[in-house]
Design a protein around this ligand. Structure first.
Ligand SMILES: [Zn+2]
Length: 326
């Protein structure tokens, strides 16, 4: 799945905005330093005039001018750093600011052989555009933590839902520090996919790569590639994306036609991601007994031992909402 031109442009525009933002920030810092550190502005200005003078000398045939310029600039740099630190600023306070130091916010890096390649920050955005936003775009723009409502739950159901929301928020807030997996299970329409969507929304906003699949869609695509000898590269690519993305969400597990292929692919996902300490969210309408009967023992034991199990109960909210709307 390649990016569309519009998606590609969106990513590139994002880099331009980042560059602008960081340039402004640096200008603000510079003004701040000029106001707070006497003599700094003059040193800054002399960099330009010294270089111009040296260029002129070089042009007039003074070959040692370049060496002297280098020395003078180094001294100037040292003086400026000393002024900064003496005034309580970090020595690198006025160095260029990059959100991604690898590509300096251009989206591209050059490999050893000189060829231009997408930076990992570019690839991360690409992944999210291809698999997450395209699959859940509509849901996450309408349903996220800010539109969350407890109105449809009562009693025990409400208690379960509150616990699930707490768990989801906790998962999102501590995503960077802790490796954790969530398993939402319970009857249809109790908010499982909704919570997965809320988490996806927050993490996408924070710049993580999120890959989202319905179980039926995922295993159908894997089967199509796996049984087509011409699609070997496509299979390798998608597996790499599944194993490497920051968060993998498999929604509605059990709605696919489950067979030994599905079971083994699911186990590979669980296993590979566990080895790489990468989080997963699975949601399902199956009960734990049904899960055990339907998939292999090793899938069942992986999920029950590595995931926080979170049960949701109650009436089907989608039906309640429709009734409410009428
Ligand atoms: Zn980068």
């Amino acid at each position: 799945m390649a990016l569309t031109n519009a998606q590609y442009d969106t990513i590139l525009r994002g880099y331009e905005q980042t560059q602008d933002r960081n340039r402004h920030l640096l200008e603000e810092r510079r003004r701040e330093v000029y106001d707070a550190v006497p003599g700094y502005r003059d040193l800054d200005a002399s960099v330009g005039s010294v270089s111009v003078a040296a260029a002129k000398k070089l042009f007039d045939g003074d070959a040692s001018a370049a060496k002297r310029l280098k020395e003078e600039l180094a001294q100037n740099r040292e003086k400026r750093a000393a002024l900064l630190t003496r005034a309580g600023f970090p020595a690198d306070y006025l160095d260029p600011i990059y959100t991604c130091p690898h590509c300096q916010d251009t989206g591209f890096v050059f490999s050893a052989d000189g060829s231009r390649q997408k930076c990992r920050c570019f690839k991360r955005q690409e992944l999210s555009l291809r698999y997450a936003q395209s699959n859940i775009q509509e849901m996450i723009t309408q349903e996220n933590f800010s539109t969350l409502s407890y109105d449809y739950y009562q009693g025990e159901d409400l208690k379960h839902f509150r616990a699930a929301v707490r768990l989801s928020r906790d998962f999102t807030e501590n995503f960077k520090e802790s490796y954790r997996n969530l398993f939402f299970y319970g009857t249809v329409g109790t908010g499982k996919s909704f919570l997965s969507g809320c988490i996806a929304f927050e993490l996408l906003k924070a710049g993580y790569s999120v890959v989202y699949f319905s179980a039926a869609g995922l295993f159908e695509q894997l089967a199509r590639y796996a049984f087509d000898p011409k699609a070997k590269d496509a299979l390798t690519d998608i597996c790499e994306d599944l194993y490497e993305c920051d968060l993998l969400i498999i929604d509605d597990l059990g709605t696919e036609i489950t067979n030994s292929f599905v079971s083994s692919q699911l186990f590979s996902c669980l296993n590979e991601r566990d080895l790489r300490r990468k989080s997963m969210i699975i949601s399902t309408n199956l009960s734990l007994e049904e899960l055990r009967d339907r998939y292999s023992d090793r899938v069942f034991s992986r999920i029950t031992s590595n995931f926080s199990l979170c049960r949701l109960t109650g009436p089907d909210i989608r039906i309640c909402k429709k009734r409410h709307a009428r």
